[in-house]
Design a protein around this ligand. Sequence first.
Ligand SMILES: [Zn+2]
Length: 232
Amino acid sequence: MDAIRRQRRIQSLRSRIAGPQDAYERCRAYPCPNRTTADKGEGLNGLYCRQHIEFYRRHGSYLKQSYAAAELRPFRLQALQWLEGNQNDPAVRQAATAVDRLYRSSGAPVEAFRLAGKKPKERARAVWARLRHKGIAPTTVLATWLAVDLCIRNDLQPDRHDEYRLVQAGKLIHRLAGGSHRRWELERADGSTEVRELHKHPVSRGRVLRLLGEDLAQCCVDVRIPEPGQTA
Ligand SMILES: [Zn+2]
């Protein structure tokens, strides 16, 4: 029974890839001239081309690039200062406790070397575990969310979709967790030693970023830096 259902699903997938019924011919990320992957018979995406699908996986937007570290820096600072000045605010305290809860429920830290092939959900957990392991203060984590919010609010051409906000925050969290680094010495036959190093940074793209952003969004649900001139 299961085998039949599986066979049917594979067949339907094949026919959908081979003969798109309602695919757009051209990628919708205007003015992209590429054909959609569905139109080329390469995939199921009837709206966007391969490059724009990849772009979306990296940035959470089909058109807007991720914010650069330099763009975010002043907002991160502003967020940190604001958090410091409002550390006794119940919403801030609750948010910090929520980050702490994420830390504690994330299990043992997994080295970046061992994350390949793991599900996005497991990779997201590993990121929280690494942050805890590195001793990153929950306030630093909260500041990334607030910084992304400030950056979007001050952007003259923002992407206001949730996806973009979540992915941008996820990227910062991902970067905070860093990679895994190993260094060891090998003894050569002539008795001298050779130093070997291995550095692994997990790739910053895909569903793991959105999951990290969602985790953080839940922690920060009641925290928002008021607009200038507005009282908290
Ligand atoms: Zn395109």
